[in-house]
Design a protein around this ligand. Structure first.
Ligand code: SF4
Ligand code: SF4
Length: 121
């Protein structure tokens, strides 16, 4: 009986093919609420650093002096905490994943308007 059941499972597996997606040849479908990657509207950022302090993996670096905000994409675990604490609501979770990479993927943002304001002060 056990052999019959095993043969049935084996046959089903052979006919069905792999259950995994052949990434990156084929992309997995994403949904509206898929947690892909964090995006920032840098013009709204006040460099308060709350997102950096809340981030459990240290993926975010905020430099108030240089008015820069950066994120190490491969350190991010998509927990969404940074988005929840941002007082300016300038962060959001995009449903597109970061492209695969072997090394560090750090994206740097700066707000020229704020930098300009600082220079004028
Ligand atoms: S919490 Fe929001 S406003 Fe503050 S540094 Fe982060 S992104 Fe900018
Ligand atoms: S989603 Fe989580 S891990 Fe990713 S940057 Fe925000 S706080 Fe850090």
């Amino acid at each position: 009986m056990a052999i019959l059941s095993m043969s049935k499972t084996l046959f089903k597996s052979l006919v069905h093919g792999p259950y995994t997606v052949l990434y990156p040849v084929k992309k997995k479908e994403t949904y509206e609420r898929t947690r892909g990657r964090v995006e920032i509207n840098i013009s709204q950022c006040i460099y308060c650093g709350l997102c950096q302090r809340r981030c459990p993996t240290g993926a975010i670096q905020v430099n108030r002096g240089n008015t820069t905000w950066s994120i190490d994409r491969l350190k991010c675990i998509q927990c969404n905490y940074c988005n929840e604490v941002c007082p300016k609501k300038c962060l959001r979770m995009n449903n597109e994943y970061t492209s695969p990479s072997f090394g560090s993927v750090r994206d740097d943002y700066t707000n020229a308007r704020v930098s300009g304001d600082k220079e004028n002060n």
